[in-house]
Write a new protein. Structure first.
Length: 459
């Protein structure tokens, strides 16, 4: 990944030509994952071990999110950081500038060999000009696998969606009049009481308002949004994670509560009213993530106070939870930005930044990806690997707790229809970074990792 290439041209709104760039794995898959139980206890593996691969999309990134269509196409938001030095464009270091030509949504239709820029816009003119948070969501339950691209700014957020993999986009402002919001999440759910128009599911847009989390919803697939009614605030919610829904349309949003303990907000009436449940309260920490399988089993992951990823499951809609398990890879002593998703019941994919040497002067962080099997059982088995070669780290120096430098606030993981886990990271450590331990504004490149050849997480 060590080369720096210019961003690809934006795709025309209608009839544009998609430009693709070849992206052979930036680091060859000569390593294999390690088999282990909870607490990093190594075990002898049976069968083929997954092999990690890392792909460079050759574009800046920050807080990357990914989605995977029913065809197995992997899409990622590649917007992030400043196109040039933040100081040169007169922006504060946290503000991301995308135009001209900087905003990008990329997709691969061939398992990472090439990546196409399918961004909304015409030429270098994009409706998404600036962002405090990029976000991408794929509703693959829809007939056409709709891809949503959302950017948050201080006044009026922009949302675009495409039903044809970027050949055409529909764009509209989202949640105008809602300044000072963060950690947005977009997800689809089965209608509970409201009729939908032109789209089978409700699209939810939830976000943090510093002291609480609130939601809006769209009954027409993302064209218009209205606030949810009634007691629609999740109080004292810190920074919420990404939301999910179950088979009946109930909403689940993970968050860090007032006491810095992991909690889960639940709404059974389309976000109008909320109840909250606490995870085992003796295990505190942040970066909450929740997933739900086809049988409505819940999986909750967070980084505890010792900076290790803890996993707990519930088979009764959050009423009770299993004893939390440390699911870090062998040798990992600290993690950040842990996130998970689920495939078949009991099979999860987990991604995080991790280090084997927590030394502020010389700490290097790698992007870890894991497959978890029999997670609903008493002794789950995990296959974990650093998707990048540890000789070429993705981050140097401090990485949390909380924000991880130019990686920012979160990463993302999804499972393809063929059972392969994919995760989005940021390579914030360029060529000189590994020698000098100093990062620059230009060291924020989007990379995507996968584990190939291991257990199928979809069956």
């Amino acid at each position: 990944m060590r080369s720096r290439r210019p961003a690809l041209a934006l795709l025309a709104l209608v009839g544009g030509i998609v430009v693709a760039i070849a992206s052979q794995p930036s680091q060859a898959a000569t390593r294999t994952a390690q088999a282990h139980r909870a607490d990093g206890k190594r075990v002898a593996a049976t069968g083929a071990l997954p092999r990690p691969q890392l792909f460079d999309i050759h574009h800046a990134a920050g807080e990357p999110t990914i989605g995977i269509t029913r065809e197995g196409y992997v899409a990622i938001t590649a917007g992030g950081g400043c196109v040039t030095s933040c100081a040169e464009v007169g922006e504060p270091t946290f503000f991301q500038t995308f135009a001209p030509g900087g905003r990008a949504v990329f997709i691969t239709k061939n398992r990472g060999r090439t990546w196409e820029n399918i961004s909304p816009g015409v030429g270098d003119v994009s409706p998404h000009v600036t962002s405090l948070d990029p976000y991408l969501y794929v509703d693959r339950s829809a007939e056409t696998a709709r891809i949503y691209d959302i950017d948050l700014n201080a006044a009026c957020n922009e949302l675009s969606y495409t039903d044809d993999f970027g050949a055409t986009w529909i764009t509209n402002p989202l949640s105008c009049g809602e300044p000072v919001n963060d950690h947005q999440t977009v997800f689809a759910g089965k209608p509970v009481t409201s009729p939908t128009v032109g789209y089978p599911k409700i699209i939810y847009y939830c976000f943090n308002k510093l002291a609480y989390t609130t939601c809006t919803k769209s009954l027409d697939g993302g064209i218009t949004f209205t606030p949810t009614l009634g007691a629609n605030q999740i109080e004292c919610s810190g920074l919420n994670g990404h939301g999910v829904t179950d088979s009946k349309g109930a909403i689940y949003i993970p968050y860090t509560g007032c006491g810095n303990a992991p909690e889960l907000a639940i709404s059974k009436d389309e976000g109008n009213n909320w109840t909250t449940v606490k995870l085992p309260s003796t295990i505190k920490g942040g970066d909450p993530s929740v997933a739900i399988d086809a049988k409505d089993n819940l999986y909750y992951l967070w980084d505890n106070a010792d900076r290790l990823p803890m996993l707990s499951v519930s088979t009764n809609h959050g009423k009770t939870w299993s004893k939390p398990l440390n699911v870090a890879a062998p040798g990992v002593v600290a993690t950040n930005l842990a996130t998970l998703t689920v495939g078949a019941p009991g099979k999860v994919a987990i991604a995080y930044y991790g280090t084997t040497n927590l030394d502020k002067k010389h700490t290097f962080w790698n992007g870890y990806l894991a497959e978890g099997l029999d997670v609903l059982g008493k002794s789950p088995l995990f296959y974990s690997a650093s998707v990048n070669d540890p000789k070429h780290a993705l981050k140097s120096g401090d990485c949390g707790p909380g924000r991880c430098g130019r990686v920012l606030d979160f990463i993302d993981v999804e499972i393809a229809p063929d059972g392969t886990p994919w995760a989005a990271y940021v390579d914030a450590c360029g060529t000189n970074c590994e020698k000098t331990h100093v990062e620059t504004d230009n060291d924020s490149e989007g990379v995507v990792g996968a584990l190939f050849g291991g257990p199928n997480l979809r069956r």
